[in-house]
Design a protein around this ligand. Structure first.
Ligand code: SAM
Length: 218
């Protein structure tokens, strides 16, 4: 079956079929070719609802969990999103399709460079890239930006990094898997002035967030 047909079935079964009904998210999943973000030998598996290895001990996340995270971000076309953990760049491309600007941070330079090449090849010009420790947020990077109205963390944190909360604007939303190194709860955090409203959305398993306010690199 052609990748395009496999992609349509993935969206019907694993995304719309599991309750994601935001038309912008569904359209982005139908448009972005997941297989080009996956190593060639795994491309035949790229429209299954599972994470896949992308090298360097990292993974492209399961499509449903990516869709859920984007849904919980309550995205709109004026949003500026900070993404921590670029990985393959697949979620970055989905975000670039939906919102105004995406600022993405990845700690492994080779992954960021590969992701950037693929996203460039798709023609997106609204993505800014930084190699570094994303637990520090968007720091010492161009263009200068102090706050974001949406932040998504795609790796498992021991807790919510304070630097990310500092960079979340008022009424902004942050999505993060937080818990142990091996399983986490998906959290949606909304900032209301000095208060944080937290909601939990089930369990998940991500690769660890390594860094100053994350896990150590063991
Ligand atoms: N959403 C990505 C995709 O669509 O391919 C998958 C991200 S993968 C599950 C998590 C990524 O977070 C890995 O590439 C890992 O190197 C990165 N990472 C881990 N700790 C990080 C940190 N402190 N700052 C930036 N990236 C980090």
């Amino acid at each position: 079956m052609k990748f395009e047909d496999q992609r349509r079935i993935m969206v019907e079964r694993h995304i719309a079929g599991r309750g994601i009904d935001n038309p912008k998210i569904l359209a982005a999943f139908e448009k972005i070719p997941r297989h080009i973000f996956v190593p060639e030998e795994l491309q035949r598996l790229s429209y299954q609802d599972s994470p896949l290895s992308i090298g360097k001990g990292q993974t492209i996340s399961q499509p449903f969990i990516v869709a859920l995270m984007l849904d919980l971000l309550d995205l709109n076309e004026e949003d500026t999103v900070l993404e921590i953990g670029t990985g393959s760049g697949y979620q970055t491309a989905l975000l670039a399709e939906i919102v105004k600007q995406v600022f993405t941070v990845e700690r492994i330079p080779e992954l960021l460079s590969k992701a950037r090449d693929i996203i460039d090849s798709l023609g997106y010009e609204n993505v800014y890239y930084r190699v570094g420790d994303g637990t520090r947020g968007w720091e010492k990077a161009f263009p200068v930006r102090k706050t974001f109205n949406k932040i998504v963390v795609s790796a498992a944190a021991p807790d919510i990094p304070q630097k990310l909360l500092d960079q979340l604007s008022d009424h902004g939303v942050l999505i993060i898997p937080a818990g142990s190194r091996y399983w986490q709860k998906l959290l949606q955090v909304t900032k209301q002035g000095n208060k944080l409203e937290k909601k939990e959305y089930g369990q998940c398993t991500f690769v660890p967030l390594i860094g100053n306010e994350g896990w150590n690199n063991q």
